[in-house]
Design a protein around this ligand. Sequence first.
Ligand code: ATR
Length: 295
Amino acid sequence: MLDILPVTGTTKIVGVFGHPVSHTLSPLMQNRAFAAMQLPYVYVPWHVLPEDLPAAVAAVRALHLAGVNVTLPHKAAVGAFLDEITPEARLFGSVNTIKNDDGRLIGYNTDAPGFLRSLQEQAAFVPAGRRLVFLGAGGSTKPLVMQMLLAGAREISVANRTYAKAAALCRELTALGLPAAIQPLPLDLDSAAFGSAVAKADALINTTSAGMYPQHREPPIVPAAFLHPSLLVCDIVYIPRRTSLLAAAEEAGCHTLAGYGMLAYQGALSIEIWTGQKPPLQLMLDTLEDAIAVV
Ligand code: ATR
């Protein structure tokens, strides 16, 4: 394996702003990619509190950082401090990648296209014309569900424990005016509407934090009895790699897609935005898989 290039006066610095940030796997993955590409970049974590976000963004300019990733809880707030936001990131209300273009800071969203590419390339799933059920209506849900609508999904159900949040998100989705049927649902296993949406669906996508380490021993958010073999079950939770939901899906004979794929693809797209070069995706996937395997 190639080592990271020596740090010199011309090394370009990138990294991630998050709170918390201590568990991030991005530095490991991104530095390995930069080393394999033999590019003079170093990727570091920065712990940024919400009240310090404006100062942290100002530091991107002041320190001439090449760019940064932005993770929870800053993805919705950071746009206000940038010079430009791509139309997709504006639509999604979420920026996870900033490029410093000679002092002009441009915000992108690579999470949603990263998820789409993971679906297409790792699970051979094309959303156009399909019926999808999303679990969750938090900040992570909106970019993914909008990306699926833009990719031509025919029917979208958003099921959330707090129904009002699902209803509010579905109102926003309907306002896009895309030709798809959109319905909010209670995330309630006793609800006939929820059961029938899952029974008809082509894919079930968990965007809640249920099942995430250290709650990984909790029962699956949707048990195997609800799932059927023609369903693709995706989890954006990636620690552990095989969540209790994915285990239930395997038990039910479903195809599954683990969350680390989205993490690798969004990171690869960020590197492409910063460097203009395609990073070694398989190396990034393998790096994450090895790092996650210990949980
Ligand atoms: P984020 O912005 O990271 O998505 P969030 O806004 O707190 O975080 O949303 C987390 C999502 O996971 C929500 O949809 C939440 O449901 P509620 O809106 O009812 O709070 C969902 N969630 C978290 N833990 C859950 C659990 N154990 N069961 C069901 N849903 C859960």
